[in-house]
Design a protein around this ligand. Structure first.
Ligand SMILES: Nc1nc2c(ncn2[C@@H]2O[C@H](COP(=O)(O)OP(=O)(O)O)[C@@H](O)[C@H]2O)c(=O)[nH]1
Ligand SMILES: [Mg+2]
Length: 244
């Protein structure tokens, strides 16, 4: 179990104090059983969500990133550009505040905020309840903005069609190598804030090469949620997914 947030980590993930101390306080086998239990329960609920979304023909995307990479800004712009054409809704995950939900509500799109408190990720159960507030028979796309965190949300399936990882150029090109699970589990990476590249030493080609090392079939699009650069490619990807 993650000692700070109580979330479960995936197998092979170690925390401080896990290894080789004679004064071990918890039993390693017991720990593994609890982790499997939490993930198995989450996977069952995620499968339920996925079946419901399929039945209702809703494209569900789980947006993941570290805090501040631009998920909400990207959503605000995307909703303003696409919501006339597609019926959208948003679930906002944050530890505290409804700041992001208010930003989304200003676009006129239905939004539900989930505050996770001490928790560092959304889980399938939270999403199941949040979807009750939407009219699922009249929805084309559901965007889920996960809690800003490149670690724990990687392990929790919400029933989405795809995880979309947002990495901004101010974070450094090595993040796919440092947080491989998140990039491995995502199908699309949006490299955001490319408008800032002239001011930075960020190496786009190097970043793409690192990302390809952990996930060779990861699609990568370069975008700026602020200026709109590259967003047509993102909308093209969405339309392709909607057509499937
Ligand atoms: N220059 C630039 N700033 C951006 C871009 N996207 C987001 N930001 C800024 O980055 C900060 C964090 O954005 P936000 O959308 O709240 O990130 P989130 O925490 O991932 O939801 C805000 O100050 C945004 O204005 C971008 O494409 N370019
Ligand atoms: Mg946000």
């Amino acid at each position: 179990m993650c000692t700070t947030c109580g979330c479960s980590s995936t197998p092979g993930h170690h925390h401080h104090g896990d290894e080789g101390h004679s004064h071990e306080h918890h039993h390693p086998l017991k720990k593994i059983v609890i982790e499997e239990d939490i993930l198995a329960k989450n996977n069952r609920l995620a499968a339920f969500n996925r079946a419901l979304f399929k039945e209702k023909n809703i494209l569900v995307l789980n947006l993941v990133s570290s805090p501040g990479s631009g998920k909400t800004t990207l959503l605000e712009r995307t909703l303003r550009d696409l919501s006339p054409r597609y019926r959208c809704a948003v679930i906002e995950g944050d530890q505290q505040t409804d700041n992001d939900a208010r930003r989304i509500a200003a676009t006129g799109v239905p939004v539900k905020q989930i505050n996770t408190g001490a928790g560092c990720h959304l889980d399938a159960h939270m999403v199941m309840h949040a979807t009750e507030s939407f009219d699922l028979d009249n929805l084309d796309i559901l965007f889920i903005e996960n809690v800003g965190n490149l670690v724990c949300p990687a392990a929790f399936d919400l029933g989405e069609a795809h995880k979309v990882v947002v990495l901004s150029v101010t974070e450094g090109e090595d993040k796919p190598l440092k947080y491989p699970q998140m990039f491995h589990n995502s199908d699309l990476m949006l490299l955001n804030k490319v408008d800032l590249l002239p001011h930075l030493t960020f190496d786009v080609a190097q970043c793409k090469e690192y990302a390809a090392r952990v996930s060779h079939d990861l699609r990568i699009l370069e975008v700026s949620a602020s200026t709109g650069q590259g967003l047509d490619d993102w909308y093209g990807w969405l339309e392709q997914e909607l057509g499937k």
